[in-house]
Design a protein around this ligand. Structure first.
Ligand code: MSP
Length: 535
């Protein structure tokens, strides 16, 4: 057996300033789907998420809530963990920036970079956005003096501060970009180069003295580390970098591991410019990819965000529609690199069309016909003779190959689409072959058997493909078909013919049909209460 290839995948650590909403869940669900897929493909996966718990904004929120910052973030971090549990997120670790294991790494990194001359003490004057905890230059805030990210007003701040010598690393960074055109897929790096690097990247101010809720530096404890530098280091502190036991770090940040960060487009800059610079300064390898996904927006194009108060929690949606429907909608309906809206009509239509009509229905019809025509026993597999059945096997291979290509490129939207297209091979075949007609003709017994057989394979293969998205229902479908353990494994996905003679399990409806008007009204209420927009 060749050694498993290591795959390290991360989401950003979420700001512990408020509860999670469906925008955050979107980021987590697509990343979790990739992590699950990679595990299916035999990779040794480590999937990290966590909470970003330092900074002025969080200190202010804690004060407003009448709590100590630590007590405040303890509560918020717990809600994060509970939400990810409710969404069946398979993270292998949950890092908090207030964890002592993280704080130590931030301090050690600071000392290392200070000693080697990559960090120096200076004075900072700049435009600061309290909400985004980001400093901006004159050209970035424009004449109106607003934050380019959130549009809020910025103010001038001056303080003694330490700086990271970014300028020194620009040539090395540009060379890296050139040599690794896939570092940021879909051309999402060009904007960064044109907006931030070409006009001249300044050294980054990386400490603050105006507040104390952060990691104090050992050399000068009135300074706390800038929240973004603190936060970015989570990706390696969680693996035990610079700790007594760095086995995980050696493994998942090793040169043979595949490393991917998933981030939303508004934090592209930090992950594709400053994070690589930090890693270069530390003499560490860079990630293989920073995958920049789009955002969930309100219908009028505003980002869903808790601080703007326009985003609902995923929990009521899970309660009403089940986790798999929500996960499927997010993955399938919002093209992964683009922004999308959570639209009640699209939600109801997508669930009814793909999960109820295509998937649930195929399972139901197949099982009922096996019960009716074969006493509940899957007929024996034989080389198919009927042209439509032969074609169905070819189409299975086609969509399966397509699925793997898309999922390997992290395109979960197209991956899910290929899986449903594969399921629809079965629905089309039923229309063409009309098993109820074949069943009446004694001469068509073999054709009926091979038709029913391939339908079970469509369902088996399709369910394995859907498993990263439909984390309980796909397995439920395999249970109803009574597929043996071995044939459920991804490595057996292309092994056809092993289901002969299996007594099918108990049938039940996978997804109830959604009443369009009723559910659209419910969803519009839920969403619009937050966005203030009515359909
Ligand atoms: N704490 C920083 C990340 C530090 S990582 C070293 C942060 N936190 S965040 O909570 O504001 O956002 C976390 C992730 O959620 C980001 O990738 C962000 O793009 C994503 N989303 C937040 N709102 C979103 C939508 N409305 N839609 C999709 N993703 C969204 O940034």
């Amino acid at each position: 057996m060749p050694e498993k290839k290591c795959f390290y995948i991360t989401t950003p650590i979420y700001y512990a300033s408020a509860n999670l909403h469906i925008g955050h869940s979107y980021c987590e669900v697509i990343t979790d789907s990739i992590a699950r897929y990679k595990r299916e493909r035999g990779f040794d996966v480590f999937f990290l998420t966590g909470a970003d718990e330092h900074g002025q904004k969080i200190a202010k929120n804690a004060l407003a809530a009448g709590k100590e910052p630590q007590a405040f973030v303890d509560e918020v971090a717990k809600t994060f963990k509970d939400t990810w549990k409710a969404m069946d997120i398979t993270n292998d670790d949950f890092i908090r920036t207030t964890d002592p294991r993280h704080v130590e790494v931030v301090q050690k990194v600071f000392t290392k970079l200070l000693n080697q001359g990559d960090i120096y003490l200076g004075k900072y004057e700049g435009w600061y956005c309290t909400s985004d905890e980001a400093f901006w230059t004159d050209s970035q805030v424009g004449e109106k003096h607003v934050c380019p990210t959130c549009g809020r007003e910025v103010h001038k701040e001056t303080e003694e501060a330490y700086f990271l010598n970014c300028k020194k690393y620009i040539p090395q960074l540009l060379k890296f970009y050139e040599e690794h055109p896939d570092f940021v897929p879909d051309g999402k790096l060009n904007e960064m180069i044109n907006t931030f690097i070409k006009p001249g990247l300044e050294d980054l101010c990386i400490t603050r003295t105006s507040f104390s809720w952060g990691v104090p530096i050992k050399e000068n404890p009135k300074h706390v580390v800038y929240v973004w530098i603190d936060a970015l280091l989570n990706y390696i502190s969680a693996l035990g970098y610079l700790s007594n036991d760095d086995t995980r770090f050696q493994k998942y940040w090793g040169k043979n591991a595949e490393i991917v960060h998933f981030v939303g487009r508004e934090i592209n800059r930090f992950h594709t410019i400053y994070w690589p610079i930090l890693l270069m300064a530390l003499g560490l390898r860079l990630p293989d990819h920073v995958y920049v996904h789009g955002l969930l927006l309100t219908r009028s194009g505003v980002k869903l965000s808790k601080s703007l108060g326009n985003a609902p929690s995923p929990l009521p949606l899970i309660e009403r529609y089940g986790l798999d429907s929500l996960r499927y909608y997010m993955v399938r309906e919002v093209p992964i690199g683009e922004d999308g809206t959570f639209t009640p009509k699209q939600f109801v239509d997508r669930i009814n069309m793909d999960l109820v009509n295509s998937y649930g229905n195929l399972l139901n019809r197949t099982l009922s016909m096996i019960a009716k025509y074969f006493d509940g026993v899957i007929p024996s597999y034989k080389e198919p003779l009927a042209p439509a059945v032969k074609q169905a096997y070819q189409d299975i291979n086609l969509y399966l190959n397509q699925y793997e290509t898309e999922m390997d490129a992290y395109n979960v939207t197209k991956g899910a689409d290929s899986a449903i297209n594969l399921i629809n091979i079965g629905n089309k075949l039923i229309e063409v072959e009309a098993p109820w007609v074949l069943a009446k003709d004694p001469l068509k017994k073999d054709e009926l058997a091979e038709t029913m057989y391939v339908l079970t394979e469509v369902l088996r293969v399709g369910s394995i493909m859907l498993r990263p998205f439909l984390v309980t229902k796909a397995e439920e479908a395999l249970n109803q078909l009574n597929v043996p353990f071995e044939e459920r494994q991804y490595q057996s996905i292309r092994t056809y013919g092993k289901l002969s003679g299996i007594q099918i399990g108990t049938m039940s409806q996978l997804f109830p049909r959604l009443d369009k008007d009723k559910e659209m009204a419910y969803l519009a209420d839920l969403i619009d209460v937050h966005t203030g927009e009515h359909a």
